[in-house]
Design a protein around this ligand. Structure first.
Ligand SMILES: Cc1ncc(COP(=O)(O)O)c(C=O)c1O
Length: 388
């Protein structure tokens, strides 16, 4: 007796791969995990200490539903300082991870049949979130342009029913970064055709080769149309703490707050104190992590391209490699799911099949290099061995 709505969604493929890897590990199989999207670093001490203080001071009760005002103020300062986005606390809310911010947003803006343009390959949850909110996904294939979305691609996907476009730069799963001039042109399209842009910037701190972040929310003409989503999860190695945040038009943010008030209420009070320290405290841990990911990216880029059948574009951001592996497909290995299964069984390496990120992704696998250098070296060796 399940609702039609809930039957539209599937379990998250990335979580499923991780669960399978954990199961095999429990059985004593020595699996190397490159499936999950989280930094392998510990949360920095200054942030952990802020949480300990919150506990000691008894900061353990409900806070304002959409987050404590000091944290919202810190988010506004962060947006102004790092992203040139003008906002005040009425434009901002705090949620349980970036995921809930996105989900609340889709719930607040989508009517049945509204279309959302999603550049593909895309992060697994976008399509399911849109589907559960009765929206229709319009996928735009970016594989032919090194995964880089252009305004021309967006233009072709616009219809009278277009309600929103998702931008995710740097991208999960591809590591691609959208060019600033394209973002500006996309902004012009949003104004002309009056649709929302939801810019998911959770990987903004992991950019390489001198690439700079450009937030579409900084274009002042678009202030009534852009939502900027971020989280402390990836930037500060805080995936388990569940704090995300969003800035956008006041009326929608208010409606999202109403929804959160009737679903989860405020995110964890202690985690909010930790997030406040993350945003306001020293940022050297972020620089250190970004530098470490860059080194690993360089290694993975060079070594993966030596694996027979692998073709990897250089990722410009985030911490994922997304090689084309179609040259490894043969006889019974005919798609990315079967290839990922083969790697799990024969190389004892867990990766995510690219097909989990949309049908356009099926030529690829996603390998997260947010793992130790030692594991990465060993993982690549094992893949080479299994393919021989
Ligand atoms: C592109 C993207 N957006 C949002 C999220 C959600 O992050 P959080 O853990 O803060 O909910 C993730 C997490 O994997 C992600 O990869």
């Amino acid at each position: 007796m399940l609702s039609h709505r809930i039957q539209k969604i599937l379990p998250s493929a990335t979580l499923a791969i991780n669960a399978r890897a954990i199961e095999l590990k429990k059985q004593g199989v020595d699996i190397l995990k490159f499936g999950t999207g989280e930094p392998d670093f510990d949360t920095p001490d200054n942030i952990k200490n802020a949480a300990k203080r919150a506990l000691d001071e008894g900061f353990t009760k409900y806070t304002a539903t959409t987050g404590m005002p000091e944290l919202k103020e810190a988010v506004c300062q962060k947006f102004r300082r790092d992203n040139q986005i003008e906002c005040d606390i009425s434009n901002v809310m705090i949620s349980n991870g970036g995921k809930q911010a996105l989900y609340n947003c889709f719930m607040a803006i989508l009517n049945p049949g509204d279309e959302v343009i999603i550049p593909s390959p895309y992060w697994v949850s976008y399509s399911d979130m849109v589907a559960v909110c009765d929206g229709i996904c319009r996928f735009v294939d970016t594989t032919g342009n090194n995964f880089k979305l252009t305004a021309e691609m967006v233009k072709k996907a616009i219809t009278p029913k277009t309600k929103a476009l998702i931008l995710n730069s740097p991208s999960n799963p591809t590591g691609a970064v959208i060019e600033k001039k394209e973002i500006q042109k996309i902004g012009e399209l949003a104004l002309k055709h009056n649709f929302y842009v939801i810019s998911d910037e959770v990987y903004e701190c992991f950019l390489y080769d001198g690439k700079e972040m450009f937030s579409i929310g900084s274009i002042s003409e678009l202030k009534d149309l852009v939502f900027t989503v971020n989280a402390v999860s990836k930037t500060y190695a805080m995936t388990g703490w569940r704090i995300g945040y969003i800035a956008g038009p006041k009326d929608v943010i208010k409606a999202m707050g109403n929804l959160q008030g009737h679903s989860t209420s405020n995110p964890c009070s202690i985690a909010q104190k930790a997030a406040l320290e993350a945003l306001n405290g020293p940022q050297n841990s972020v620089t250190m992590m970004a530098e470490e990911f860059r080194k690993r990216r360089d290694y993975v880029y060079t070594e993966m391209n030596k694996i027979p059948g692998f073709k990897l574009q250089k990722p410009e951001g985030a911490f994922y490699a997304f090689p084309d592996v179609t040259n490894c497909y043969k006889s019974d290995i005919t798609d990315s799911f079967k290839f990922a299964e083969f790697l799990m069984e024969k190389a004892r390496v867990a990766v995510v099949p690219g097909g989990a990120f949309g049908k356009e992704g099926d030529r690829f696998i996603r390998f997260s290099y947010a793992s130790s250098m030692k594991d990465i070296e060993l993982g690549i060796e094992r893949i080479k061995g299994a393919l021989q």
